[in-house]
Each structure stands twice: as C-alpha cells, then as structure tokens.
Design a protein. Structure first.
Lengths: 216, 215
C-alpha cells in the first residue's frame, strides 16, 4: 500500500477544470476535489445542491479569487476564503473573478460512513462525451449504472448517449426510467435527445418529466 | 437548547482564532468554528521559519487518513524517515495512519489546511480539539476555563478516557481534588494505561497521596 503521496495541483490530471483528487488518490474517508479555471468569468464551481447526497461541503479558495453564489447570496471569496455549506438543499456555485483560480472542495454526510457518490461516475464518463466519443461515454455511464442502478442522472445520460448513437429503443427505455426516478432535466430542451423529438413515446416521457418538474 | 446554525457560513483562514500549541504551531480551528460534522478540517500556521505547521504524530489511534494542503508558503514534511518539500498549491495525502508525520515551515506565514476522517466510519469530533483548545487557558493558570472546555467535549463523548484524564489534571491543579480523583478513576476504569501515566504526572502532585489514587 502506498503510504503517502505528494500532489501539485498544477501537475495533477485536469479534466476540463476538474482535478479529481478523490479518485486520483483513492481517498476513502471523504470526498475531495479541486477545480481550476484559467480566466476571470469562468464558472469554477457549477451551480448545484447536495440534496441527493446529504453532503456538507466546504470550499477553500486555494489560488486566485472567486465570487460564490450561495442560497442566492453573493459572497466575495479571495484566496484563503473558506465557505462551508451545511444545508445540502442550498444551491451553491462560483465564478472566478481573477485568472488562474483554484478552489478545493471537500464533502461528506454527517453521521454516515463516506461512500463515493454517483456524481463521480457521471463526471468521469462525461469526459469522452466532450470530445464526441459517445460510445466511450456510454460505456462509462453503464459502469456507473451497474453500481448505482437507481441514479436518475446516470440513466438520463445513458439515454442521451444512446440517442446520439442512434439506439432509439434503449434511449427511450432509459429516459423513461430516469424520469420515473426523478431526473430533473428538460428532455425537450436537450440537444442530445434531438433525434427523438418526433417520437411519440419520447414526447409522452418528456411531457411527464416537465409535469413532474412543475409539481416539484 | 441547541441553536440552529445557518445554511452556510464564510470564514477566512487569517481571521480564524489563533491557538498557540507548541513548537511554533498555531492551530486555527476551522471545524470547530464552522461546526463541520462530516469530516475533520483545521488550519495551522507558523509565522516563523522553523516552526511546526503539522505537529509530530501518527493517526494510529484515530485511524484517520489525512490530506494536508499547503495554502501558502512552503513546508518540509517528514513522513517516517523521508523528507519532502511541499510548496503552496500542493498537498500531501497520507492514507496510512501509522505514518509518523511532522511539517516545518520554510517561509514566514506558511499555512497548511488539514482534512481527515476514518474510512468506513462516520466522522466523530476528535478529542484532541478540546485538549488543544484548553492549552492557552491552562498555561495562564485559568483552570476553570480549561475544565469548562473539557466538560463541553465530554458532553458529546462522556466515556472518552483521554478527555477524562485531562479533565482530572485540570481539576487537580484547580484544587478540586475529589472531582479529580473521580474523573481519574473513571479514565483508568476505561483504559488502565492511565494509571501508569498518572503515577508520574506532576499535575497530580496534590492528590497523589489521597486514598483512592490509582496505584
């Protein structure tokens, strides 16, 4: 077993700004990642909440300067700022306000042993998608689905990849399952699903998805 | 009655409390300030070159894996017998609790953020936080404050032998001999090694001759 390891954030593997520290270091006790952007104005922490994981999250500005939006409040965050989001339901995100900004994030659920969340499988599988390699992305999402069969985001992304690959029946089946499990994206607005827009089954599923979104 | 904390809180590492511990190490309690409950997180600074920014220790007792992020400056980490220089923007991951670790500041104002937790187990607040927090009070002779800090920690961890032992130390020095004996006995009942520690501990000089002092 490796007893210790030193990582320089500039030299660590970057995946479109995401430095997957937990995965790279195989951290088992808590979630930990870093986020790096080159330009002021770039989103450094995508807007999200942690409702599905129940995680507390802590963000530390390691380099540069960021503007956080937390629960609708604007928070100026120069280097050394620590933002702790206790409530998983609160939406949070950040935009770099100076070039070369890095934010470290750590998270876990109080009172529970940490387990890596399906978010990681989604984020990893998205990497080949960005370069148009939809088959590799689908393989990644399928691996995530095997571990987290009830995760709606993984199912939704599988449907997107299958639609892009022309696998209509699989896409419809997985999109339907994703909506049943609470996927909150709007299928009608998703260009990855454009090939299905005239499909009556797709229209019915998309209608159900949007009806659920409005009820929520 | 517990106070409901806000949905989020903001702090800056330079605005956190500064608790001098030893060997130049200044503890800046992040977890305690923000009441983080899912993992351990703290910052350490040393204004002087050569001061510690990670105290020498292992995590054998807690079983924690740790990450130390150098936020500012530069530190030399000694990990078992190996030395490594770690600059701002780099981090050290130590999954193995048995590794002996210590870090020394190589630039003024070096700041290290530490994250920790035990794989496979829910996080529990570590007892050392109360012990560190009580050091300044004990050093200025304010044993009542040191006792209060330990009692607050024991409210969450009533059977923690090290906290009970340290509480007994503070009580003995405050002249609360009966309380000291009771808490020392409880610590020894929970972990007999504390009887051996107590035999040579100068904090107990005032009660060593009392009946009931662990032999």
């Amino acid at each position: 077993m490796r007893r210790w390891r030193v990582v320089t954030l500039d030299e660590a593997e970057h995946r479109r700004g995401w430095i997957p520290l937990r995965e790279l270091l195989d951290v088992r006790a808590f979630g930990v990642n870093a986020w790096s952007v080159e330009n002021a104005g770039d989103p450094v922490i995508p807007a999200h909440e942690e409702h599905s994981t129940g995680h507390e999250e802590l963000y530390v500005v390691v380099r540069g300067h960021a503007q956080f939006t937390v629960a609708g409040d604007e928070v100026d965050a120069p280097i050394g700022t620590i933002i702790f989001v206790r409530d998983p339901a609160v939406e949070r995100g950040a935009v770099a306000t100076s070039a070369d900004t890095i934010v470290l994030s750590a998270g876990a659920k109080p009172g529970a042993a940490f387990t890596p969340s399906p978010w990681e499988w989604n984020a990893r599988a998205m990497q080949p998608y960005y370069t148009g390699d939809y088959q590799s992305a689908l393989t990644g999402f399928e691996a995530g689905h095997a571990l987290f069969p009830d995760d709606p985001t993984i199912l939704y992304n599988m449907a997107c990849m299958e639609a892009l690959l022309g696998r209509r029946d699989d896409a419809i089946a997985h999109l339907g399952a994703a909506v049943e499990l609470g996927a909150h994206s709007d299928p009608l607005a998703d260009d990855d699903l454009a090939s299905l827009r005239d499909d009556s089954e797709f229209v019915a599923i998309a209608g159900e998805a949007n009806a659920r979104r409005q009820r929520a | 009655m517990s106070v409901r904390r806000p949905a989020y809180e903001v702090a800056h590492v330079d605005e956190l409390d500064e608790i001098p511990v030893a060997h130049g190490l200044v503890w800046r309690p992040v977890r305690r300030r923000l009441d983080v409950r899912a993992f351990g997180v703290n910052a350490y600074t040393s204004e002087e070159v050569g001061g510690q920014v990670v105290e020498e220790h292992t995590e054998s007792q807690l079983g924690h894996e740790e990450i130390y992020v150098v936020l500012r400056g530069c530190a030399t980490f000694t990990l078992d017998d190996e030395e490594v220089e770690v600059r701002g923007g780099s981090l050290v991951h130590i999954p193995e609790p048995e590794v002996r670790r210590v870090a020394i500041s190589r630039e003024p104002g070096t700041t290290v953020l530490a994250l920790g937790g035990k794989p496979g187990a829910p996080y529990e607040v570590s007892a050392w936080e109360a012990m560190f927090l009580a050091i300044p009070a004990a050093e200025r002779g304010d044993f009542e404050e040191a006792i209060r800090i330990h009692e607050e920690a024991l409210a969450e961890r009533p059977d923690h032998p090290a906290l009970l032992y340290n509480l007994a130390c503070m009580e003995a020095r405050a002249g609360k001999h009966l309380d000291a004996l009771l808490h020392l006995k409880r610590a020894v009942d929970l972990d007999p090694k504390y009887a051996r520690f107590a035999r040579d501990d100068t904090d107990f000089a005032s009660i060593r001759a009392e009946p009931g002092f662990p032999g």
